[in-house]
Write a protein that binds this ligand. Structure first.
Ligand SMILES: Nc1ncnc2c1ncn2[C@@H]1O[C@H](COP(=O)(O)OP(=O)(O)OP(=O)(O)O)[C@@H](O)[C@H]1O
Ligand SMILES: [Mg+2]
Length: 207
């Protein structure tokens, strides 16, 4: 089973928006998908799915043993996308999500503040590596990218020294800024669809 954890220790780094769009992109490509909301404070993914009456099921599961429970929770689904909290809310939960996932997406805006926090996320992912059977596929996804800005190339190059960076990018758009609470359509036609193809094309890893 495909399990994608969307992880960044920084708050407000587009984790929930990315998880929501990745879920829908997977569903649009014909997979049966489950959303797992592991954020104990905001529960934004559950809230979004309730407000918008998504057909995609989303469960709240802000627990530190998610890696153990994931296969039974997701039994019968082709894929799971896990939205995680920022570090302040629960390092143990993030650690568990990272441990259970076959693929880890780190959404990051091309800004100095986001880049400054990237190394801490990668350190956490590295720390988990010995605990899993096979390494996960890990990639940064640049989000809230301002079209034609130089920053995207600067931070893509900087991040690439540390971790694979998807060439797909998600633009800074009202469409995404206003998306919470609304149905999501045509997710495959956004940068998230491109991100998914690239991510799944990476060497296949199972947890
Ligand atoms: N591509 C985008 N363009 C413009 N705004 C965006 C984009 N993606 C997300 N946003 C906005 O950025 C803000 C933070 O996004 P989001 O809530 O997804 O982040 P988060 O990492 O889940 O935050 P938290 O750590 O609080 O859970 C939200 O207001 C969201 O609407
Ligand atoms: Mg969130």
């Amino acid at each position: 089973m495909l399990s994608i954890a969307v992880v960044n220790l920084k708050g407000g780094s587009t984790k929930t928006t990315s998880a929501a769009y990745l879920l829908h992109a997977l569903a649009e490509s014909g997979l049966s998908v489950l959303g797992v909301d592991a954020d104990p404070e905001n529960c934004s993914l559950v809230r979004w799915s309730d407000l918008a009456s998504w057909e995609i099921p989303v469960v709240g599961m802000p627990v530190k043993d998610l890696h153990r429970r994931l296969s039974s929770i997701a039994d019968g689904f082709d894929a799971v996308v896990i939205d995680t909290p920022p570090m302040e809310s629960g390092r143990g939960i993030v650690t568990s999500a990272v441990r259970g996932a076959s693929h880890i997406v780190v959404p990051m805006s091309p800004t100095p503040m986001d880049f400054d926090r990237l190394r801490a996320v990668l350190d956490l992912i590295d720390d988990i590596d010995p605990l899993r059977g096979q390494p996960a596929a890990v990639a940064v996804l640049l989000t809230r990218v301002i079209t034609n800005s130089a920053s995207v190339d600067v931070y893509r190059a900087a991040a690439r020294d540390l971790v694979p960076v998807l060439s797909a990018r998600v633009s800074r758009l009202e469409r995404f800024a206003q998306a919470f609470g609304n149905p999501i359509e045509n997710a495959l036609n956004t940068g998230y669809g491109d991100a998914l193809s690239e991510l799944l094309g990476m060497e296949d890893h199972q947890p």
